[in-house]
Design a protein around this ligand. Structure first.
Ligand code: ATP
Ligand code: MG
Length: 400
C-alpha cells in the first residue's frame, strides 16, 4: 500500500480529552476514530490487526473441533426473560423494549443447540463466533479496552457429563494460552483464578495481561506463577501452597466458565432426561488490540509484535526513484505487506510515522544507500540499523 493512498492520516499531537494510552496512540496513528464514549470506528489500519487476531483465534479453535457460526446481535426480549437477564444494566433495549442488543449469547445459542443436538451421538459440541457485542458500560473511558460496542469471540460447548466438560475445558485453556502467545503476549499473560459468578460452583478462569492500564488487580504466586484475581479470597496458592504473591495490575483479555446446567434448565434442553452441561468461553478481540498497544509502546509510538502488525515493512523512499518502486513491488511479490512511503514529506516526518504506526521493520532506500546497492534496515524498538545489499534483502528478512 502506498502511504499516499492510506485513508487515515497520522496526527502530530495527541487527541484532546483522551486519557488512556491505547486511545491516544491509536487515534494519533490513524487506527481508530471515536464516534462517542466507548464507540469507535476501526479504520483500515486497525481492521488489518483485528483480522490477524481473528485468524489466530480461528486457527486455534478449529484445532479443538469448534465450529464457527454467526448469531444475530438483535435479540428478542422473550429469550432473555427466560433466564432473568432482560433487566440488567448491560442490556441496550430498543424498539419499544421488544428487542435487546446481545451482550453475550447464551440466551440465543442454548435454544439453537437444542434444535440441532438431538441425541447422544451429537455430543460433545462446541460452537463459536466473532461478533460485535453491545454493553451499556458506565465507565467507557479506557479507549477500546472498554467499549459500549466491541468485538468479542465467544464460544459455547455442550456436554453430557461433567468429566467431558472438564476435558474440553482444559483444551480450551491450552488453546487460549496459545492464542495469547501468538499475539505476542505470552510473557505478560497469566491464567488466573477468578470468582465463578452466581452460577458456577468453583472458580471461573481469566486470562490477565499485565499492564499499568489494567483495571484488575491480580496476585501472582511467586513459586508456580498461578495468578489469583484480587476478588478471590485466598491465603495460600491453591496449586502449590506458596504464601508469597506479587501484586500487579492487569487487563482481562479472556474469561472461561463452566456454566453447568443453568441455561439448559432455563430452555429445557435435555438428553435422556438429563440437562445438558455447558461451558462458555470469551476473548475480547478489540480489547486485545488495545492491550497490545498498552503493552508494546514507547515515546515514539506503537511497537507491534510481528504476528499482528498491520503491515510487515515500512519502506521509506528518499529519492530512490525507479529503484524504490521496484523494491516495493519485489517485496510485495515475496508476500510481505508493505507500506511504501512515497509521500512528498521530509525523511524525518516519514521516520516518525513509521515509528508511530509501529511497523516491525523499517527499510530506507535512498540515493546514498543505492550508491552501495543497498538499503538500510532497522527493527522498530531497536536503535541500530544495518546496511543490507538489495539482492540479499529477502534472505535477510526471512531471519528477522
Ligand atoms: P470486565 O470485567 O472487564 O467488564 P467481563 O468479565 O464483563 O469484563 P466477559 O463477559 O467475561 O467480560 O466477556 C468476555 C471478554 O470480553 C472479556 O474477558 C473481555 O476481554 C472482553 N470484554 C468484556 N467487556 C468488554 C468491553 N466493554 N469492551 C471490550 N472488551 C470487553
Ligand atoms: Mg469476565
Amino acid at each position: 500500500m502506498k502511504a499516499s493512498k492510506i485513508f487515515s492520516k497520522t496526527q502530530k499531537t495527541d487527541p484532546s480529552g483522551e486519557i488512556s494510552t491505547n486511545a491516544k496512540l491509536l487515534m494519533k496513528a490513524g487506527f481508530i476514530d471515536k464516534l462517542g464514549a466507548g464507540i469507535y470506528t476501526y479504520l483500515p489500519l486497525s481492521l488489518r490487526v483485528i483480522r490477524k487476531i481473528e485468524k489466530i483465534i480461528r486457527s486455534e479453535l478449529n484445532r479443538i473441533d469448534a465450529e464457527e457460526l454467526l448469531m444475530p446481535a438483535l435479540n428478542p426480549k422473550s429469550n432473555w426473560e427466560k433466564t432473568g437477564r432482560w433487566n440488567v444494566p448491560e442490556m441496550y433495549k430498543i424498539a419499544d423494549e421488544e428487542y435487546g442488543l446481545g451482550w453475550t449469547h447464551e440466551e440465543i445459542i442454548t435454544p439453537l443447540a437444542k434444535k440441532f443436538l438431538n441425541s447422544e451421538k451429537d455430543f460433545p459440541k462446541s460452537l463459536y463466533q466473532v461478533q460485535t457485542k453491545y454493553r451499556n458500560e458506565p465507565r467507557a473511558k479506557s479507549g477500546i479496552l472498554r467499549g459500549r460496542e466491541f468485538i468479542m469471540n465467544d464460544m459455547y460447548s455442550f456436554h453430557l457429563t461433567e468429566e467431558d466438560l472438564d476435558t474440553y475445558y482444559e483444551k480450551v485453556k491450552e488453546a487460549y494460552l496459545k492464542i495469547y502467545e501468538r499475539c505476542g503476549l505470552k510473557d505478560y499473560t497469566y491464567f488466573t483464578l477468578a470468582d465463578g459468578g452466581a452460577f458456577t460452583k468453583g472458580f471461573s478462569h481469566e486470562f490477565q495481561t499485565l499492564t499499568e492500564a489494567g483495571e484488575d488487580v491480580i496476585y501472582i504466586c511467586k513459586k508456580c506463577k498461578l495468578a489469583l484475581n484480587k476478588e478471590v479470597e485466598h491465603k495460600k496458592c491453591p496449586s502449590c501452597g506458596e504464601e508469597d504473591f506479587e501484586e500487579r495490575k492487569a487487563i482481562e483479555v479472556g474469561n472461561i466458565f463452566k456454566l453447568g446446567t443453568k441455561y439448559s434448565e432455563a430452555f429445557d434442553f435435555k438428553i435422556n432426561d438429563k440437562n445438558v452441561i455447558m461451558g462458555c468461553y470469551g476473548i475480547g478481540v478489540s480489547r486485545l488490540l488495545g492491550t497490545i498497544v498498552e503493552v508494546f509502546n514507547d515515546e515514539k509510538g506503537i511497537i507491534f509484535p510481528k504476528e499482528v502488525a498491520p503491515y510487515d515493512i515500512y519502506l521509506v523512499d528518499i529519492k530512490g526513484g525507479e529503484k524504490s518502486e521496484q523494491l516495493y513491488k519485489a517485496l510485495e511479490y515475496k508476500g510481505y505487506d508493505v507500506i511504501f512511503d512515497d509521500r512528498d514529506k521530509t525523511p524525518g516526518e516519514k521516520f516518525s510515522d513509521a515509528d508511530l504506526i509501529g511497523i516491525p521493520i523499517r527499510i530506507i532506500i535512498s540515493e546514498k544507500t543505492l550508491k552501495e546497492d543497498s538499503v538500510e534496515v532497522k527493527k522498530r524498538g531497536e536503535e541500530k540499523s544495518v546496511l543490507v545489499k538489495i539482492k540479499e534483502i529477502t534472505k535477510y528478512l526471512e531471519k528477522c
